[in-house]
Ligand binder design. Sequence first.
Ligand SMILES: C[S@@+](CC[C@H](N)C(=O)[O-])C[C@H]1O[C@@H](n2cnc3c(N)ncnc32)[C@H](O)[C@@H]1O
Length: 204
Amino acid sequence: MVDRRQHWETVYSTRAADQVGWFQPHAASSLRLIEGSADRDAHVIDVGGGASVLVDDLLDAGYRNLTVLDLADSALAASRARLGRRARSVQWIDADITRAELPAARYDVWHDRAVFHFLTDPADRARYVAQVLKSVKPGGHVIVAAFGPGGPLQCSGLDVVRYVPDALHAEFGAAFRMLRHETEIHRTPAGGEQEFVYCYCRRI
Ligand SMILES: C[S@@+](CC[C@H](N)C(=O)[O-])C[C@H]1O[C@@H](n2cnc3c(N)ncnc32)[C@H](O)[C@@H]1O
């Protein structure tokens, strides 16, 4: 079995960033949800951010305390190259989210689009939730977007878990209050459609 890191390094080193199925020219829903929950000096982490342009959109919007974490260093390198000098103001963490050493009570906003749904092992999901509990400030916001019940069973050749909003919220538990959820149909560069569920919670 190819390990996770090797899988994603291969994806990003063999495919153009704007040709992968999850590519968005702008991370419009994520940006809107983050802008609705946090002011410009908030500490925001994009978990499994890959080569997403969310970090560009957040910098353009005036956010100053940004962290992007991913286990594929080639994806982070692509984002750094795209941002040029602006990359210096971002903290980049090359790590697996189920094992990363994150600071305690640091983040006002935790964002994840299309990462949690790859955690098919309940033990990995528990490790992920423990990371959120440790590193998101009480009162902070957690935005997780996963494939919805009408979404694909796999992404990038890997199995995923699909969620209705209540089931996604239930993975996080009573320490998180769901403020709202949204469904979005993502159009892939190849012309396909994927149903995403965005779950927007507050850490109590
Ligand atoms: C489908 S892509 C989504 C990328 C980005 N969030 C977006 O919306 O464009 C999934 C990303 O999660 C990263 N990833 C997968 N498993 C991970 C893990 N356990 N820890 C950290 N990153 C992970 C991959 O390297 C990849 O960049």
